[in-house]
Design a protein around this ligand. Sequence first.
Ligand code: VGL
Ligand code: ZN
Length: 212
Amino acid sequence: MHALILVDIQHDFLPGGALAVPDGDAVIPVANAAMEAAKRRGHLVVATQDQHPADHGSFASQHPGRRVGEVIELDGLSQILWPDHCIEGTRGAALADTLRRDLIGRVFPKGGDRTVDSYSGFFDNGKRHSTGLAEYLREHGVTGVTILGLATDYCMKFTALDAIDEGFEVSLLLGGCRGVELRAGDVESAVGEMRVAGVRILADPERRVASC
Ligand code: VGL
Ligand code: ZN
């Protein structure tokens, strides 16, 4: 069995959102087409959803004197500070309106523990708790996954690397992902890291890696 995993296609990561990923809305038509193809082939479709309490420890607003982009230590782990985003119950946390949400079989929320961030769709950054995604995939006999979504250099990357660690065959649909690119080159090195880890990169010929 094969599964398509849509990573964090939520309003706050789209242009105009609290943590907007440049050109992030370009992934939506790719995601919709990939879901339709997956359904035709009888594949599973699942999504991850970044969902934080309003006082989440990854928010710069929770650390007086600190600014977005600074790195702190949060409960023993190195943590980049982000703007407030994907607060549970807000529109920013909702999956994009134009996404064919009717085709998604199950949504896995992550980031609910204020003491630890959760980039991967499988585990929090400290690998303390599972979201249940790996167990769900195994229960359904999934051996291979295709991943797309936001953001290439954070949640996409950690989801893909954990999927490899969990023993799945992993493909990344490059045309269906975009990155934050806090520093120039972050997306390209994330793609390189995934490739080295064994992720098959399905390059859309119309898009260069650097623009993904
Ligand atoms: C993400 C930063 C903070 C992501 C989520 O979805 O890539 N990045 N929270
Ligand atoms: Zn987040």
